[in-house]
Design a binder for this molecule. Structure first.
Ligand code: FES
Length: 106
């Protein structure tokens, strides 16, 4: 499953991830800068904050209330398209997904 990470400066990193991996895990295991994932995906930090590309918004769905709460502590601006990337699990319907990364995570 292909995922494109667009860094704050516009640099794009394209990776290939296994089904079932989260957008956060895929970034961390491929050394994509801009995603920290401090808590390892248990929704206890906000260092995996990302903005889902407009074209993909409908497919990734809405963030949960728990995500919403955690994002209050995010280091960068939270928008309608903000998600915790550890809560987006990759499946074939997300092949080609594009996410944008915030300026800072900590
Ligand atoms: Fe901590 Fe996603 S990795 S909330």
């Amino acid at each position: 499953i292909k995922v494109t990470y667009v860094a704050h400066d516009g640099t794009e990193t394209v990776i290939e991830a296994e089904e079932g991996t989260s957008v956060m895990q895929a970034a961390v295991s491929n050394d994509v800068e801009g995603i920290v994932g401090e808590c390892g995906g248990s929704m206890m930090c906000a260092t995996c904050h990302c903005y889902v590309d407009e074209a993909w918004e409908a497919r990734t769905g809405q963030r949960s209330d728990d995500e919403d709460e955690m994002l209050e502590g995010a280091a960068s601006e939270v928008t309608e398209r903000s998600r915790l990337s550890c809560q987006i699990k990759l499946d074939p319907s997300l092949d080609g997904l594009v996410v944008h990364l915030p300026e800072e995570q900590l």
